[in-house]
Design a binder for this molecule. Structure first.
Ligand code: CP
Ligand code: NVA
Length: 342
């Protein structure tokens, strides 16, 4: 299963990102004929991915279906309204029964659900590996694509091409600073359990009432003290977005109202006043002059203005595209093929 980056070692994370960079490199600089490099051609032939989604999706669905197909397999989308899943008391089918059946016929399950416990229950009963396509707690596939995007921006195309060609491991991103200005949600949780372990400093600004979950803060503190061959990035928490963006190389945000929180919208809009990412905020806070903007998308109008979102600073569309390349690396990994050498 691939439910969270908490349980992936830093070297496993970097190996998956390396493989993802290689897939992307093949598209833009390969032979111009094949969709994937020789090591990946048809490796999922005859295999089926079940996408089990109880929430809407653009990027995750497209990247999941496209990635699985690029590796020669067949993907099947099962929306909440398409299958029997539901409250058993109201005539629906349980997670346990659904998972046992889906996992007996599909070769992997890509699941976008509500509570993370739903995903854990699905995984407990599925004979096929389950990959997290987003829960309220974690979005590991997004974080992997974000890490890939950081590497592309920090190293530049020539260094990426060289690392791909030589198959040398990715270096940690020591000294790189990411500022998160926004909600304490699944995206920052996934970044906090991964980025510091590959050397990235993370400065988090969230408003009163929206602290990062205790278990995530505890994980960050425990990992900081744990032995590792990689340098550990610093992690700081503040209420003030301008404090968070000081010396930032990247400013990252997300919607203030995640899927399932629609009833909290007006309270959240009030709580997040002053959190919109703008040029003025970055300048006043002292972000590096060449800071980049990232956002997992979909973007709402309140958390970032158009001047930033559509600027040269913005990496949001390569970040979205990178979802496909990282999905390919994860799918071949959970399918038992291990070209990433994890
Ligand atoms: N970033 C992301 O997961 O987008 P979707 O909700 O469109 O899949
Ligand atoms: N935090 C957002 C991410 C969407 C991709 C949500 O969970 O709705």
């Amino acid at each position: 299963h691939f439910l969270t980056l908490k349980t992936q070692t830093p070297s496993a994370i970097l190996a998956l990102v390396h493989r993802s960079l290689m897939f992307k490199h093949h598209k833009y600089h390969g032979d111009g004929k094949t969709v994937v490099p020789a090591s990946a051609v048809n490796q999922l032939a005859g295999k089926t991915l079940a996408l089990l989604f109880t929430k809407k999706s653009t990027r995750t669905r497209i990247s999941g279906e496209a990635a699985w197909a690029a590796l020669g397999g067949h993907a099947m989308f099962l929306g909440a309204g398409d299958i029997q899943l539901g409250d058993v008391a109201k005539g629906g089918e349980s997670w346990r029964d659904t998972s046992t059946v889906v996992g007996s016929m599909a070769d992997a399950v890509f699941a976008r659900l509500g509570a993370h416990s739903e995903l854990e229950e699905l995984a407990a009963y599925s004979a096929a590996p389950v990959v997290n396509a987003l829960t309220a707690k974690f979005h590991p596939m997004q974080a992997l694509a974000d890490i890939m995007t950081l590497y592309e921006a920090v190293l530049g195309p020539a260094a990426v091409a060289s690392l791909v060609a030589t198959n040398k491991p990715l270096p940690p991103l020591a000294g790189v600073t990411v500022a998160w200005v926004g909600d304490a949600n699944n995206i920052i949780n996934s970044l906090l359990v991964s980025l510091p372990r590959i050397g990235v400093n993370v400065a988090v600004a969230t408003p009163v009432g929206y602290d990062i979950d205790d278990d995530i803060q505890d994980f960050v503190a425990a990992e900081a003290a744990a032995p590792s061959p990689y340098p550990y990035g610093s992690v700081t928490y503040t209420r003030d977005p301008r404090v968070a963006v000081r010396n930032a190389d990247f400013i990252v945000t997300d919607t203030w109202v995640s899927m399932g929180q629609e009833a909290e919208k007006s309270a959240k809009l009030r709580a997040f006043a002053g959190y919109k990412v703008t040029e003025a905020m970055a300048r006043d806070g002292g972000a590096k002059s060449d800071w980049h903007f990232m956002h997992c998308l979909p973007r709402k109008l309140e958390e970032v203005d158009d001047e930033v979102f559509y600027s040269k600073r913005s990496l949001v569309f390569p970040e979205a595209e990178n979802r496909k390349w990282t999905a390919m690396a994860v799918f071949e990994h959970v399918s038992g093929n291990n070209p990433a050498n994890i």
